[in-house]
Design a protein around this ligand. Structure first.
Ligand SMILES: Cc1ncc(COP(=O)(O)O)c(C=O)c1O
Length: 440
């Protein structure tokens, strides 16, 4: 626990509110200390609404009510007001955008209709969102469960940055999600009284999303564990949401299944336009909270904690990115274009699927289950993934990723469709050649 003497009264106030809710049970020391100051940002927000004569609150240069802007910038973005480009944004993001994103989440996950959840908070990318959640909820003795193998940034954020423990559970068994392993891991962890978990579907690096049946099983395990009295927090990293290429996949986010499931389950959604809307460099993402027992005042307090994390690190996310996003979301052609882009990715998936299905008995490479997203990964037997990666790059000019000593990841999303079959031929042949040379 944080030393109470050092707590700011505003932090104490938020802690008091949150102690009446499930979220309060998960706060880290840092989370306990965080608050949103009633300082410049809050006072300036108040002045924005009520100052009739002059607003002398914010550190920007303003003329006739508009921020000054250099022509070199303005000329490049003719459709935008200076306010939309150079002004500071609110700490939690532009409200209109947050509301649009919330509506989009509900549209994409119809079972969230009518469910109580927080307004999404805008963060500078999903990575930042994960990092802030780690600030709020992870201490040195915390364990965060996640599927193995996982995106390499998880361990950097959770272990290197927060000094907590990222504990992997094996994701797959018999060509699908390993529900038995998952159940054993969750129930073992529940003995400590709390379970913190980060799930990411479509998954990086495997490219797997659980089927409808598997998702129902995941929910069953979590509900049973919650029924037993354990407090559970599930972070759904939905970076690749919507890119599912097989009919049996669960189309809704796990967040939607858990948002109103149980008083002992806190569901948190980390998502954003990075991959969903093809804007990798825009650096915007969202965090949304939902739990059956939580009320508006609890969400407000949690959001203020998160705003404290944002204010004390980047202050606020970039305004041009948010303005561009608002224009993009409201543009009449965006949905049709996204459908086309998605089709392209699915077409690439089909090529890879066909190749992998035709090479099931390969002695060196075996694909992990995959059905969605940007990637697929292969387990390497008899050859190190790094050795294979280096050989592919230097002898054949093909770039891949060695995830760990025994898994090679291929991002089929970034290879032109017509090259994919050749790329996989080379990967498979090179793997065999390395093993044959060793055995000679
Ligand atoms: C699983 C997963 N989550 C989050 C991200 C990062 O998203 P952002 O670029 O918005 O930080 C990635 C990007 O590779 C990812 O694979």
């Amino acid at each position: 626990m944080a030393n109470k003497i050092n707590l700011n009264p505003l932090a104490e106030e938020l802690n008091e509110i949150l102690s009446q809710s499930l979220a309060g049970q998960f706060l880290s020391d840092l989370g306990t200390r965080l608050y949103f100051p009633k300082g410049i940002i809050a006072q300036s927000g108040e002045a924005k609404k009520h100052s009739k004569i002059a607003n002398a609150t914010i550190g920007m240069a303003v003329k006739n009510g508009k921020p000054l802007i250099l022509n070199a910038l303005k000329d490049q973005l003719p459709g935008f007001e200076s306010q939309e480009i150079v002004a500071y944004s609110p700490t939690a993001g532009i409200e209109e955008l947050r509301k649009e994103w919330r509506d989009a989440i509900i549209r994409k996950n119809p079972s969230l209709k009518g469910v109580s959840m927080s307004l999404p908070v805008l963060v500078p990318g999903l990575t930042a969102g994960l990092s802030y959640l780690s600030d709020l909820f992870l201490d040195e003795d915390s364990v965060l469960l996640t599927g193995n193998p996982a995106w390499d940034n998880y361990v950097l954020i959770v272990e290197a940055r927060r000094n907590s423990r990222l504990k992997g559970f094996s994701l797959f068994k018999d060509n699908g999600f390993d529900i038995t392993g998952f159940e054993a891991t969750v129930k073992e962890e529940a003995k400590s009284g709390t379970v913190r978990m980060l799930l990411n579907f479509p998954q990086n690096p495997s490219g797997y999303t659980p089927t409808k049946r598997e998702t129902a099983e995941i929910v069953r395990v979590l509900m049973e564990t919650a029924d037993s009295g354990a407090k559970i927090m599930v972070w759904s990293d939905d970076a690749y949401f919507g890119l599912d290429y097989e009919d049996d996949i669960e189309p809704e986010s796990l967040f939607a299944k858990l948002a109103n499931a149980h008083e002992n389950i806190l569901a948190i959604k980390i998502d954003g336009p990075t991959k969903e809307d093809y804007v990798w460099g825009l650096r915007t993402g969202f965090i949304t909270f939902a739990s059956k027992g939580m009320k508006e005042e609890h969400y407000d307090a949690l959001i203020k904690k998160l705003m404290g994390a944002i204010r004390s690190s980047v202050s606020c996310a970039a305004t041009p990115s948010q303005s561009l996003m608002l224009h993009m979301l409201g543009h009449p052609e965006s949905e049709a274009e996204k459908t086309e882009f998605r089709k392209l990715l699915e077409e690439r998936y089909r090529v890879v699927r066909k190749f992998i299905d035709a090479h099931k008995d390969h002695p060196v490479l075996s694909a992990l289950p995959f059905n969605s997203g940007y990637f697929m990964s292969m387990k390497c037997t008899g050859v190190g993934a790094e050795e294979l990666r280096v050989k592919l790059l230097h002898d054949h000019g093909i770039g891949t990723i060695a995830i760990d000593p025994s898994h090679l990841r291929v991002a089929f999303s970034s290879v032109d469709t017509e090259k994919l079959e050749m790329v996989f031929e080379v990967i498979f042949q090179t793997a065999i050649k390395i093993v044959e040379t060793k055995n000679r």
